[in-house]
Design a protein around this ligand. Structure first.
Ligand SMILES: [Zn+2]
Length: 244
């Protein structure tokens, strides 16, 4: 197809700028910090879930502790009341005996509660230790994530600027080309992973490196200075503009 020497020069510059933008974008996408940040966030989410379930365990242990303590306090009051009764019924042997028996029963129950209280308390201590571990892990994750974010901002910022400036020059070159040629170039770029332009080198396409057979070469030469690679379908410059 027809293209002026000026068009070819701008087309090559456009293609170069696009490739620079593409390479910088690829580097940006592949920055290891991105994966590190995602991994840290995933880890945090799972630790927070664990923290939630430990908090529930703690709540239930605390409720149990309170319930046992309440019963124990109630029994202590009862003990005092029974003791007071015993103190007031001098001489009534049967009554004293019955109340003493009740007192023993209360004491027995309180001893059992004491054992339970110790067990719940030990459980609470373990839960607190796990909570402290979780806090430590969470702050470690935060440190890792902060470092990755900071390094991503520095490295990623440079690459983003490179992408933006290459895209700006690509747009600049595109604006100098005939609309139809730009449209064809962009359509080809979309189909060819961003690389839309090659140069015929001998009988080979400079991008896909396929050898082009004689009959296709004749077609290509007929469409000079700009044709289409029969193999990869990229635009192919058959007559590169000679530098003046
Ligand atoms: Zn090709």
């Amino acid at each position: 197809m027809y293209a002026s020497r000026e068009d070819l020069i701008n087309l090559i510059a456009l293609s170069k700028a696009d490739r620079v933008a593409l390479a910088a974008q690829k580097k940006l996408d592949e920055l290891p910090q991105r994966a590190q940040i995602l991994a840290a966030r995933k880890k945090r989410a799972s630790i927070l879930e664990k923290q939630q379930s430990v908090a529930e365990m703690r709540k239930s242990a605390e409720q149990e502790f309170a319930k046992i303590s309440d019963e124990d306090a109630m029994l202590a009051d009862k003990q005092s009341a029974v003791q007071a009764t015993i103190n007031s019924v001098h001489g009534d042997f049967r009554s004293v005996e019955a109340h003493t028996k009740e007192l023993n029963g209360l004491q027995k129950r309180r001893s059992a509660l004491d054992t339970q209280l110790e067990q719940v308390d030990a459980r609470l201590e373990k839960i607190k230790a796990v909570e402290a571990q979780i806090e430590t892990i969470l702050s470690q994750i935060q440190v890792e994530e902060d470092a990755a974010v900071e390094s991503f901002r520095a490295e990623g910022g440079e690459l983003k600027a490179k992408v933006a400036s290459a895209q700006a020059s690509a747009a600049q070159y595109a604006s100098t080309l005939p609309d139809e040629l730009v449209k064809l170039y962009q359509k080809t770029a979309k189909k060819c992973a961003g690389v839309a332009l090659g140069v015929l080198e001998g009988n080979k396409c400079s991008v896909c490196r396929s050898s082009i057979d004689e009959s296709h070469l004749i077609d290509l030469k007929a469409s000079r200075p700009l044709g289409v690679c029969p193999s990869c379908k990229r635009l192919l410059i058959t007559d590169p503009p000679i530098e003046r």
